[in-house]
Every structure is written in C-alpha cells, then in structure tokens.
Design a protein around this ligand. Structure first.
Ligand code: HEM
Ligand SMILES: *[C@@H]1O[C@H](CO)[C@@H](O)[C@H](O)[C@H]1NC(C)=O
Ligand SMILES: *[C@@H]1O[C@H](CO)[C@@H](O)[C@H](O)[C@H]1NC(C)=O
Length: 316
C-alpha cells in the first residue's frame, strides 16, 4: 500500500516536471487574444515608413540582427544609451531606424498598452520591411520580453561580425549563435538591400585583388583614400532597393562591396551555396525566412524574465 502510493507520487512528480518546459517557447499566436490587431498595426506603420524611404527596410532588418546577436533578441539595442552597445564600432553612426520602431511601438501601445514588447515589434518590423521591398514573408514567432539594460560596448564589439572578417571568422561568429554556414550565407543575402559607408569598404576597393577592377574604380569615385568616411554606396549595385538574389550574382562577378561579402565567393566552402542561390532564387527566399526565424530565437527573455517597455528607448 505504502509502496504503491510512493510510486504513484513519484510518477505524478515526473509527469508534472516533464510538462514544465525548461524555457518558455516563442509562439506565432502569442498576442492573438491579448492584442489581436498588433501585427496589422505594426505592418501599417512599417509600410508607411518604407514608402517614405526605401532604405529604411534595410535599416530595420539590420537593427533586428544587431539586437539578436548581442545579448539575445531583447530590444536592448533600442535603449538610448551613450556608453553601451549602441556606440560599439559596428553600431555607432551606423545603425538607424530607431524612430520608426518607436512609432510602430507607440501605435501598438495606443491599442493595447503594456502588452507587446519592443523586441517583438522589431522582429515583426524586420519581416514587414523585407516584404515591403519584395522579399518573401515568414511567420514571426512572438513572446519576447524586453531587457532592462543594454549590453556593453565590449560585448557588442565581440559578438557582431565585421566587414573585414574572413570566411572562417564569419562561420564561427554565426556558429556561436547557433547558425550554420548555410544560414550565415542566406542571412548575408540581406545585403541585397541597403547602404554601407565608405569607411567599411575602403580597404577593399583600394587594396583587395579579388575585386572587379571597373567596380573598384566606380566605388573609389565616392570613397576617397582619405576623408569621406560616411559617404554611402549600395551594398547591391544592381537593385539596391529590391529584396532579390542580385547580391549573390554580384559576388560571382567579384562585385561584392564588403570584404565579408566577397569572402562568401572566393574559392571556399560557401561558393556552392552562393551558386545555389543564383540557380534557384526561391531557395534563397525560403532559406532566408527560415534563418530569420532561427535568428529571432536567439536567447529571448520569456515568462517572468524581462519587462514590457512602454517606450523602446528607455527602460522606464
Ligand atoms: C555576415 C556578417 C555580416 C557583416 C560582416 C556585416 C557587415 C555590415 C556592414 C559593415 C554594413 C555597413 C554598415 C555601415 O556602413 O555603417 C552592413 C550593412 C547592412 N547589413 Fe550587414 N553584415 C553582416 C550580416 C548581416 C546580416 C545577418 C543581416 C541581416 C539579416 C545584415 C543586414 C544588413 C543590412 C540590411 C545593411 C544595410 C543597412 C542600411 O542601409 O541601413 N547584415 N553590414
Ligand atoms: C560615436 O560617434 C559619435 C559621433 O560621431 C562620436 O562623438 C563618439 O565619440 C563615438 N563613440 C565611440 C564610442 O566611438
Ligand atoms: C579562384 O581561383 C582561381 C584559380 O586560382 C582564380 O583565378 C580566381 O580568381 C579565384 N576566384 C576568387 C573569387 O578568388
């Protein structure tokens, strides 16, 4: 009798424990009952912003990437902070779109105050921005909560890749975030939109040998050896405002703008992935969406962790 009760209790405890997830999972239906119009509200806001300025699509995708890679997708990059991750080498005078995320967040606050996190607004914004410039959609998982603090500048500088990185460095940098080589190449494909500053590609257009000579000369015109650090050039010279596979086509012509772009097609292990995305543009679009979902899963704050910020720029 005693022993059968004992086994009953042990079994019950095991059943209960196994039903408690170690970590709360993100879910695409997270706001369905608490804020059913959240997603359509964000979409309207992002569409308007991209109509005003096409480049904003690129800036929002990058903002989500830089949020997720540093301390997880916790909206930390949105915190207005003058000493932390925002001023890291890869972010300072470079990341943009904060006011667009804040406007989308305030539109959501107006219908459901205190419900939807800034980290989620940004994840949805990145998807809607991609779609607004011709990319294929994906289902965004939701339920992230916001951090109360920004990451340090040092952490951001070590976690975020650099335009001068080698293929091996890029592969291990993404592997640190549970993204494989193929996912790294697919995600780099978002350089099919947006702009880069002269300071990020100067060394390549004056020094590298694996560059199309005509392309190097064209870029040198707006990017002198000294000065003009902030002069912009499109990452995809063919269709800088469309989310297509021209980024990969450029690489085989040695017209990648950043050194980190061209290393993806430089007689290395990723050449075949690049060629695959040229041969089959739809495989790029679907791999990109899948990789964005995986990137959006990096160390989210869920359940009782983190907060729902009222404004994205401050932790209240
Ligand atoms: C593979 C490693 C990567 C490196 C080394 C890299 C580096 C860079 C650099 C140096 C710039 C120009 C920044 C400036 O001029 O200040 C840039 C721009 C950009 N990056 Fe990346 N990036 C990488 C991966 C990614 C990923 C994974 C995404 C998104 C999924 C992304 C999205 C973008 C976008 C959209 C822009 C243009 C932003 C704008 O016009 O505002 N990049 N990247
Ligand atoms: C960031 O950029 C601003 C404006 O150019 C500059 O004053 C500041 O020193 C930079 N911060 C860091 C940490 O490099
Ligand atoms: C790959 O190697 C070949 C033969 O050495 C060379 O001609 C070519 O320029 C290289 N391609 C790239 C992209 O480095």
């Amino acid at each position: 009798m005693i022993s059968s009760n004992y086994y009953y209790v042990v079994t019950l405890v095991i059943v209960l424990i196994s039903n408690v997830p170690c970590e709360a999972q993100l879910s695409s239906t997270f706001y369905d009952s608490t804020c059913p119009n959240a997603l359509s509200t964000i979409r309207t806001s992002i569409r308007q912003a991209v109509l005003r300025e096409r480049r904003m699509a690129a800036s929002l995708v990058r903002l989500h990437f830089h949020d997720c890679f540093v301390q997880g997708c916790d909206g930390s990059i949105l915190l207005d902070d003058t000493t932390g991750e925002r001023v890291a080498l890869q972010n300072n005078n470079s990341v943009r779109g904060f006011e667009v995320v804040e406007a989308a967040k305030q539109a959501v606050e107006a219908i459901c105050p205190g419900v939807v996190s800034c980290a989620d607004v940004l994840a949805v914004a990145a998807r809607d921005a991609t779609v607004a410039v011709g990319g294929q959609s994906w289902t965004v998982k939701l339920g992230r909560r916001d951090s109360t603090t920004a990451a340090t500048r040092a952490q951001a500088e070590s976690d975020l890749p650099r335009g001068s990185d080698s293929l091996q460095t890029l592969i291990s940098n993404f592997a640190n975030k549970n993204l494989n080589e193929r996912e790294m190449v697919a995600l780099s494909g978002s350089h099919t939109i947006g702009q880069a500053r002269c300071v990020t590609f100067r060394a390549r257009i004056y020094g590298n040998t694996n560059i199309n000579p005509g392309f190097a000369i064209m870029r040198q015109r707006q990017c002198p050896q000294t000065g003009g650090d902030n002069n912009l050039a499109p990452l995809d010279l063919v269709t800088p405002n469309s989310f297509d596979n021209n980024y990969f086509r450029n690489l085989v012509e040695l017209k990648g703008l950043l050194a980190s772009d061209q290393v993806l097609f430089s007689n290395g292990s990723s050449d075949s992935i690049v060629q695959g995305y040229i041969n089959n543009p739809r495989s790029f679009q679907s791999d990109f969406g899948a990789a964005m979902i995986k990137m959006g899963d990096i160390e989210p704050l869920t359940g009782g962790n983190g907060i729902i910020r009222r404004t994205c720029g401050s932790a209240n």
